[in-house]
Design a binder for this molecule. Sequence first.
Ligand code: RB5
Length: 149
Amino acid sequence: MKDLTKTVPIASDHGGFPMKQFLIQKLHDSGWEVIDYGTESEESVDYPDFIHPLSKDINSGKFPFGIILCGSGNGAQMTANKYPNVRAALCWNTEQAALTRMHNDANIISLPGRFVDFEEAWSMVKAFLQTPFEGGRHQQRVDKISKTF
Ligand code: RB5
């Protein structure tokens, strides 16, 4: 039986593939079980084909947190945020990765695979997975995200 609190799904397109492979190794080395939703190489693909399946599994509550990547992190984040229970945050540094957990209760981190250092990406993932949501006034704000006017 998998410990789903220590299991993290990850998905990328070709632009995020090298960083995805690096992060999978780091996560394994740190005791995480990783579910790899692809892609499997640097051959050009369409990022929604890989980001949708992972986002569905965060949306349904199957996993608490997920990691997505594309070249810029933007297309992956836009795809994931189509799901009502997903809050996907595009992060560029470790402080942002911690803050989006503390303030936004983000459940997916989106990484720009072509624009940040791999060690910085690993630092972001660790901060994201280890930082709790602060709740309080931030819960009130998060509750308002899905309200449209
Ligand atoms: C692929 O070239 C690139 O467009 C993609 O990885 C991503 O950056 C899209 O937002």
